[in-house]
Every structure is written in structure tokens, then in C-alpha cells.
Design a binder for this molecule. Structure first.
Ligand SMILES: [Zn+2]
Length: 78
């Protein structure tokens, strides 16, 4: 006996891997450059809410959100 509880049906936390967005659609493009909502540098790209954002900045933000959510999930279940 090791005293360690068996965890047979433990759900897996979402993996915080790289997030890749598909912004090829024209709705993600504007002719007018505006400051990125994340880094502040000018961009002609728009996120899914039509807010100015670089694709790489949005992907970083999404990855961070996923990591934060995974952390919160682990805290909630421990
Ligand atoms: Zn940016």
C-alpha cells in the first residue's frame, strides 16, 4: 500500500499549446491602420470582434488565456 488514491477517471486539463488563428478572411483586414490592442503598434489586421490586433499578438493572448484557464481549472479541482 502506498496510500496514494487511485485517480482512474481524472479529466485531462486542456493543453496550453500554440494557438493558430486563421485570419485569411477579408473580415480580418482593414485599409486603415490602427494601434494593436495588445502591443500598441499600428496594424491593419482586425480580430474576430473587429478590434485592431496583430495575428501573433492575438495568438499569444489566446495561449495565455488558455494557460490561465488551465491554471484556474486545476485550482478549482484540487
Ligand atoms: Zn500587436
Amino acid at each position: 500500500m502506498t496510500g496514494r488514491p487511485r485517480r482512474s477517471a481524472s479529466p485531462k486539463a486542456p493543453a496550453a499549446g500554440p494557438v493558430l488563428l486563421d485570419w485569411r478572411d477579408s473580415s480580418h483586414w482593414s485599409s486603415q491602420p490602427k494601434p494593436c490592442r495588445y502591443c500598441g503598434h499600428a496594424t491593419q489586421l482586425r480580430d474576430s470582434r473587429r478590434k485592431p490586433a496583430h495575428k501573433s499578438c492575438a495568438e499569444d493572448a489566446l495561449a495565455q488565456q488558455a494557460a490561465d484557464a488551465a491554471d484556474a481549472y486545476r485550482k478549482d479541482t484540487l
